[in-house]
Design a protein. Structure first.
Length: 362
């Protein structure tokens, strides 16, 4: 598989990697087969986390005899030095290795959390100490808020950044990807198949937020069947300034489809560039700073769904997603609190009115 340089780490990573979240659902034998099949097809970047069930153990067992040919990235969700040091040692044991290629601060989704993690008593200090001791080679950061991650990247403390990015989740294009390029930080794209909002848990939300589904509008955008849709979604991500994209894989068939894309990718065609070109206008960046709403309106999710309706033309899917929200945008009472907190100075109240007008069912 073609490889790309992972920023200043100078690691050469397969342009399609392996997201380890879902193998926790498989038994040990199945998981080992899926992970090893990925390796055999040229995937060398494996991402996992202690919070992903027993994903670390399964990846460690499957790759133990080829460890030197793989790049293992895991995470610590702890925020203090003491807690994160314990996590690093536990991850080493579970992954059956004497060092981690990359340790990532997990889920840094606010400036306050970032400040705590990089403080003198924060988890970043443990990661740097582990690096000095040879237990870790590089330090990365993960999160769902590109605006926060851009600040982290500009600090100079991180070698890699892991962020959601896909054809309808493009916030990282504005500030994060340019900052990563300037600072030579390797970008790893997660959730290439999910229209997730930062305030909704993808796997629990109904209807599904998956881009790879039977929705006719998504098939028009991405492809006529699920394999074609997955390929298109991955190709869009690979057309940007990212080092690798890590779909969550849980079957041999999924690995085959992902690896095929990684092996065959040669850039977007003229038709694909046209199809994936959208005018987002003055859209909600899903930063979440407008929350909480006094009327329990999920403002980022509502505006996100309206953007799918307006910018991407996914009108019926957007209406279904909006219908799944417990509190609709018409509950807005005009208090204006959200607008005073929006860093992009969006006219949120007017946007909510238009959202409900366009997305409500008769």
């Amino acid at each position: 598989m073609q490889k790309r340089r992972l920023g200043r780490t100078n690691l050469e990573v397969s342009q399609v990697g392996f997201g380890g979240t879902w193998i926790a659902e498989l038994n040990a034998e199945e998981a080992s087969s899926v992970v090893r099949h990925a390796y055999d097809l040229g995937i060398n970047y494996f991402d996992t986390a202690p919070l992903d069930g027993d994903s670390e153990e399964k990846i460690g067992n499957a790759l133990q005899d080829v460890r030197s040919k793989c790049i293992l990235a895991t995470k610590t969700a702890s925020r203090t030095k003491k807690e994160s040091l314990t996590e690093v040692h536990n991850s080493l044991k579970r992954l059956r290795t004497d060092h981690l290629d990359i340790i990532q601060l997990h889920g840094i989704d606010s400036e306050e959390t970032l400040a705590k993690a990089i403080s003198a008593d924060g988890s970043l200090q443990t990661c740097k100490e582990a690096r000095r001791e040879g237990l870790v080679d590089f330090v990365g950061i993960t999160g769902h808020k590109p605006r926060v991650l851009a600040k982290a990247v500009k600090s100079g403390e991180f070698d890699t950044v892991l962020v959601p990015f896909n054809v309808v989740t493009r916030q990282a294009l504005e500030e994060l990807l340019p900052a990563a390029k300037t600072n030579d930080v390797g970008v790893v794209a997660m959730k290439p198949f999910s229209a997730k909002t930062s305030t909704l848990i993808t796997c629990l939300y109904q209807p599904s937020l998956s881009l790879v589904s039977d929705e006719p509008e998504l098939q028009t955008l991405l492809g006529k069947n699920k394999n074609a849709m997955a390929e298109s979604a991955l190709c869009y991500v690979l057309s940007q300034d990212v080092s690798t994209v890590i779909p969550g894989l849980r079957s041999i068939n999924e690995v085959d489809a992902a690896a095929k894309t990684g092996n065959n990718y040669a850039g977007l065609t003229t038709e694909e560039k046209r199809r994936f070109s959208f005018d987002l206008g003055d859209y909600c960046r899903d930063c979440g700073l407008c929350m909480p709403c006094t009327q329990n309106v999920n403002i980022p999710a509502a505006l996100r769904f309206h953007n799918l309706h307006e910018a991407y033309g996914l009108k019926e899917w957007a209406k279904k997603l909006y219908r799944g929200l417990e509190s609709k945008a018409d509950r807005c009472n005009g208090c204006g609190d959200c607008e005073t907190k929006c860093p992009y100075n969006l006219p949120i109240q007017n946007k909510l009115k238009k959202t409900h007008r366009d997305l409500k069912y008769p």
